[in-house]
Design a protein around this ligand. Structure first.
Ligand SMILES: Nc1nc2c(ncn2[C@@H]2O[C@H](COP(=O)(O)OP(=O)(O)O)[C@@H](O)[C@H]2O)c(=O)[nH]1
Ligand SMILES: [Mg+2]
Length: 301
């Protein structure tokens, strides 16, 4: 948390000569930026602690459980020829390049009226929406028409602005090269038209072909999570909330500043920000800091 103390010092150090509102505004916006980076690190820290959530989605029989097994290289998930047999979600953490990925096998996304299976499908939607990466497993032996339809139906479940989507084109071992190249091309054409952020990969889960390549893709999507020497992660929920609060108070202070509100209002917001930060570091009381700033530097006076 040294960076937080530095931040507090930004508002207290001797060298902070508040010539006027502009300088203070600059300091505040810099502080907001730094707080937001720290707050972001909470999500990263969470991902590293709990495993980066990867949903394995797709129609019943697409090969989701087989894929999970291939990723695990051991027979943990239940593989079955009967459509709709994976009713409970199964999750396993796999270490890829030093990063933990938490793969969650979901129930198939069939439209169904059977209540037990329906529950599983609702749970699947939730898992998909909470995942960082979504693998949509597709059985390439389906007709072109069914393939494109199932992709089109699935796309609304994923938020491409915040999630990664990889279409996992499975069962290539059952098709001739010619046949699957044609299908892969039409899928690629379709998805690049929709959104070029959508990735596709060709595998045979059963024969464990393409699994290493898939692991490499997953790693490269998350490689910035590998901790470096000077990366600090916020790991505590209370600290995270305090950072969000501090950032919110600083934003309010910035708004007050730019709207020419009285300096007392700005001071009040700064005080709240410092209180939030103080609840983390516990080292500097806001009174000390603010008295210092406002007496010595006579902000706005
Ligand atoms: N030939 C072939 N069969 C596969 C492949 N992947 C899965 N299967 C078979 O497809 C069936 C359904 O697989 P499963 O993993 O249970 O599908 P899920 O319902 O999506 O979990 C099983 O008989 C698997 O052996 C593959 O790459 N090639
Ligand atoms: Mg299954």
């Amino acid at each position: 948390m040294t960076s937080l103390l530095e931040l507090e010092l930004d508002f207290s150090e001797e060298d902070v000569e508040f010539a006027g509102r502009e300088k203070l505004a600059g300091l505040i916006s810099d502080a907001i930026h730094r707080l937001d980076i720290l707050a972001d690190s909470f999500h990263k820290g969470n991902a590293i602690r709990n495993g980066i959530p990867v949903a394995i989605a797709g129609a019943a029989n697409a090969g989701k459980s087989t894929l999970l097994n291939a990723l695990l290289k051991e027979d943990r998930a239940i593989v079955s020829d009967v459509a709709g047999t994976t009713r409970d979600t199964i999750e396993e953490v796999v270490n890829i390049g030093g990063l933990p990925f938490r793969f969650i096998d979901t129930a198939g996304l069939r439209r169904t009226e059977e209540s037990v299976e329906k529950l599983g499908i609702e749970r699947s939607f939730k898992i998909i929406s909470e995942a960082e990466i979504v693998l949509f497993v597709i059985d390439l032996t389906l007709s072109d028409f069914d393939l494109l339809n199932s992709i089109r139906d699935f796309l609304p479940l994923v938020d491409l602005s915040s999630q990664h989507l990889i279409l996992v084109l499975n069962k290539t071992d059952l098709l001739s090269n010619l046949d699957y190249n044609k299908k892969v091309n039409s899928i690629n054409n379709y998805v690049t038209n929709v959104d070029n952020k959508i990735d596709t990969i060709i595998i045979s889960a059963k024969n464990e072909i393409g699994i290493e390549k898939l692991k490499e893709r997953l790693f490269s999507l998350e490689k910035e999570l590998i901790p470096t020497e000077n990366s600090s992660f916020v790991t505590n929920q209370r600290h995270y909330s305090a950072l969000r609060d501090a950032s919110g108070s600083l934003s309010a202070a910035a708004r007050s500043l730019s709207s020419e509100a009285s300096i007392d209002l700005v001071a009040e917001d700064l005080r709240m920000a410092l209180d939030s930060l103080g609840s983390i570091t516990g080292e500097v009381t806001s009174e000390d800091i603010l008295n210092h700033i406002f007496s010595k530097h006579c902000i706005g006076k």
